[in-house]
Design a protein around this ligand. Structure first.
Ligand SMILES: NC(=O)C1=CN([C@@H]2O[C@H](COP(=O)(O)OP(=O)(O)OC[C@H]3O[C@@H](n4cnc5c(N)ncnc54)[C@H](O)[C@@H]3O)[C@@H](O)[C@H]2O)C=CC1
Ligand SMILES: O=C(O)C1=N[C@H](C(=O)O)C[C@H](O)C1
Length: 252
């Protein structure tokens, strides 16, 4: 049995993940963490201020965190202090927060950290990498669209796309939207849409003369992220204490 605590338990992703863990025959949902008290599939949800005490009491194998960046950093440090493995889907970390997470995790606990846990997006990233290798001289524009409640922009997935493009093409200037007189040079355009209940769309346009290629992914349901996160939680338990990617979980 893999014992799991869900952090961000009362949120959109936390609820989806809680349901999957609760239904999994090989997993045990032992509780949740959020900003206030509540329940997650009849398990206790405690305020984040009590995280250390709760992890000591419930002794989970894995903490799955889908919260907000500043909160996730504190939850990750708490999991590491209490020798609890991690699956982190939270996005919007600053470079400094990433470094704090690295220091907390490396050598202490195993952690799968990914800006997107859907299998489709992990394949999509590979397609983007291949397209960039072949089409480096085309103009490149990245677009992402999400629901009206999303807190961070660009999305974590879009930032991962930009990292992949940098790895393949060198560090190109990024232009975040355009207005007024603009002259296109070698930059990568990055465009963000927020509205309604869009679950998560990402696309990379490679525009050449007389032809364009667009590589895109659309999520229709948060279940795709939740399933990936639960798969990662099964996988991470008992691994060497370091940071892993979802690509490693999926052996891509
Ligand atoms: N990696 C992936 O595949 C995916 C990542 N995400 C990311 O997951 C995060 C959460 O997304 P949603 O569930 O849509 O947001 P949400 O706003 O619905 O849920 C976040 C929850 O975290 C809680 N929270 C805030 N501070 C906390 C703390 N200190 N400790 C515990 N809980 C705390 C909030 O009260 C809320 O219930 C975002 O950063 C989002 O970008 C979302 C979907 C997929
Ligand atoms: O906040 C969301 O909803 C999502 N966040 C992730 C991101 O920032 O990339 C993943 C997914 O697109 C949904």
């Amino acid at each position: 049995m893999v014992k799991v605590v869900v952090s961000g338990a009362l949120g959109r992703m936390g609820t989806n993940i809680g349901r999957l863990v609760d239904e999994a025959p090989d997993m045990e949902l032992v509780g949740g963490i959020d900003v206030k008290e509540g329940t997650l599939f009849e398990k206790e949800v405690v305020p984040a201020a009590r995280i250390d005490e709760f992890l000591k009491q419930t002794r989970p194998d894995v903490l799955i965190d889908f919260t907000v960046a500043a909160a996730a950093v504190e939850n990750i440090k708490a999991a590491a202090r209490n020798n609890v493995g991690l699956v982190v889907g939270t996005t919007g970390f600053s470079p400094e927060q990433r470094e704090t997470i690295r220091v907390a995790v490396e050598g202490n606990v195993p952690a799968v950290i990914s800006s997107n846990f859907s299998i489709g997006v992990n394949i999509f990233w590979k397609l983007v990498r291949e397209a960039a290798r072949q089409l480096g001289d085309y103009d490149i524009e990245v677009t992402e669209a999400h629901h009206r409640y999303k807190k961070d922009a660009p999305s974590g997935t879009a930032k991962t796309i930009l990292e992949i493009l940098d790895q393949e093409l060198g560090d190109r200037e990024k232009v975040y939207g355009r207005v007024g007189e603009t002259e296109r040079k070698n930059e990568i355009g990055m465009h963000v849409i927020r509205g309604g209940d869009i679950v998560g769309d990402h696309s990379v346009l490679f525009a050449g003369n007389f032809e364009c290629i667009e590589v895109s992914h659309r999520a229709y349901d948060r279940a795709v992220f939740a399933r990936g996160a639960v798969r990662a939680a099964r996988w991470v338990s008992g691994r060497e204490p370091r940071i892993y990617s979802m690509q490693e979980v999926l052996e891509l």
